[in-house]
Design a protein around this ligand. Structure first.
Ligand code: SAM
Ligand code: SF4
Length: 430
């Protein structure tokens, strides 16, 4: 979502004459868009500012804007710790950036961290989305009302708020006109999307069904979804839609019901298995990926073993796993911190199973012909980059005319993250 937000900030500031520069040494304004989900992210921000300070040591200082969730959560604290920062602007206030930049006065600090999501959505509707990538992001929902005990999102992005159904379709049309062949619908809980108009509720499934009608659009994805919002209408889309990819990022966090309860996840392992079973019934080729947190306060060996069992059972691909990071203001930050050495060992063990699944899944594709949406030529390599249905990176010998098309690639090799191959004869592919 930060990639989407950053692009939208560019779209907004264009109105007052700012353009993106590739020349880091001569910027008038720097915007660092930040993430607060785990602790290291914050340190990266201060590190990045240190780097910028070096660049501008003997020059006029650029206006230094810190945007995003770290800005939201740490606003005054950040400015105190790092006086080089001029402006902090939260993720639901970035539509105000033009007013701030136009009125900017040296030595006057600006703090814009209101939850002004509706006003932001209004401005985004009026601002053309200039993204022209083959695969584009489109935010449809923001914020979260679920308050998992470990998570800062409800505090940094604010309450759940869905964009209007028509606005979403209008922006999708813009992206398709700009050349998008794949759209990934975004939200902190994207499948909680809910927009009411004239007593009718529009859900994520309605958006997917509408996008299906655009002939130029070839693929639809969405992320990140929550098991609780995996409703029947959405599951049904895997039967009705030809463009919805058979790969769902559906975080479970832990395979232990005891830990899920301590996390306030509002679902049990059995609910998750039930969703998996329903999806496989519709299409046995559907694959899931997940997020896992290890070393959650109170996690015992037995809880961890249940997570490993779940990983063996579901055979997730492309998952993310993290050591629990205590976040300010969350319920879990008051729990006793687990032993970090043990957590690190657990992470290595858990990842060995996840990576094994991934390696095996990719290896099985060697010798097969797969559909790849070609995104770009890789600089200085003469190779092309695209993604298969399961969102794996595919690197192959291709040609310029294929960018934006779905081509058949014969897979010759693989590793944990990528597949390697070559375009097969088009006649043969047909
Ligand atoms: N809304 C999605 C869900 O509930 O499934 C997840 C969105 S969250 C922004 C992305 C991921 O970051 C979470 O699934 C979780 O695994 C991880 N995460 C969030 N807070 C964390 C924390 N305090 N420590 C470690 N990982 C965390
Ligand atoms: Fe965070 Fe997701 Fe839980 Fe919301 S549902 S609090 S975004 S982990």
């Amino acid at each position: 979502m930060n990639v989407y937000d950053t692009n939208r900030i560019y779209d907004i500031v264009k109105d007052i004459g700012y353009i993106k520069t590739e020349d880091q040494k001569n910027a008038d304004c720097y915007v660092i868009n930040t993430c607060h989900i785990r602790d290291k992210a914050k340190e990266k921000v201060f590190h990045e500012i240190g780097r910028i300070k070096e660049i501008y040591l003997n020059k006029k200082k650029p206006i230094m804007v810190v945007a995003g969730c770290v800005a939201q959560a740490e606003n005054q604290e950040m400015m105190k710790r790092e006086p080089y920062i001029d402006v902090v602007i939260g993720p639901q206030s970035y539509h105000k950036i033009n007013k701030i930049l136009k009125n900017f006065q040296t030595h006057k600090k600006e703090d814009e961290t209101e939850f002004d999501t509706i006003a932001k959505f209004d401005l985004l509707e009026k601002t053309k989305n200039s993204d022209s990538k083959v695969s584009s992001f489109l935010t449809i929902q923001e914020g979260c009302d679920k308050f998992c005990h470990f998570c800062v999102v409800p505090f940094t992005r604010g309450p759940e708020c869905s964009r209007s159904f028509n606005t979403v379709l209008k922006e999708a049309e813009e992206l398709i006109k700009n050349g998008a062949k794949e759209i990934t619908l975004l939200g902190q809980n994207v499948n909680a999307y809910s927009y009411n108009l004239n007593n009718k509720e529009f859900r994520l499934s309605n958006i997917i069904n509408e996008l299906e009608k655009y002939s130029e659009l070839k693929r639809i994805r969405y992320t990140t979804s929550h098991p609780v919002d995996m409703t029947e209408d959405l599951i049904e889309c895997y039967s009705s839609s030809k463009k919805l990819m058979p790969f769902i990022h559906l975080p479970i966090q832990s395979g232990s019901n005891r830990i899920l309860k301590l996390m306030n996840r509002k679902h049990q392992v059995e609910d998750y298995l039930d969703i998996h079973r329903k999806l496989l019934k519709i299409n046995p080729l559907i694959k899931l990926s997940s997020d896992f947190i290890v070393g959650y306060p109170g996690e015992k060996r037995n809880d961890f073993d249940q997570t490993i069992e779940l990983i063996k059972n579901i055979k997730f691909i492309n998952s993310f796993s993290f050591i629990f990071s205590s976040r300010p203001g969350t319920k879990a930050s008051k729990f006793e911190e687990p032993n970090n050495v043990e957590s690190k060992e657990k992470l290595i063990e858990l990842q060995s199973y996840l990576f094994q699944n991934q390696i095996e899944h990719n290896k099985k594709l060697i010798g097969n012909d797969i559909n790849v949406l070609v995104e770009n030529k890789i600089a200085n390599q003469g190779k092309y980059f695209g993604r298969n249905n399961y969102f794996n990176s595919v690197i192959f010998d291709g040609n310029q005319n294929d960018i934006g098309k779905i081509v058949k690639i014969s897979v010759e090799n693989s590793n944990q993250n990528s597949l390697f191959g070559k375009t097969i004869n088009k006649m043969k592919a047909a």
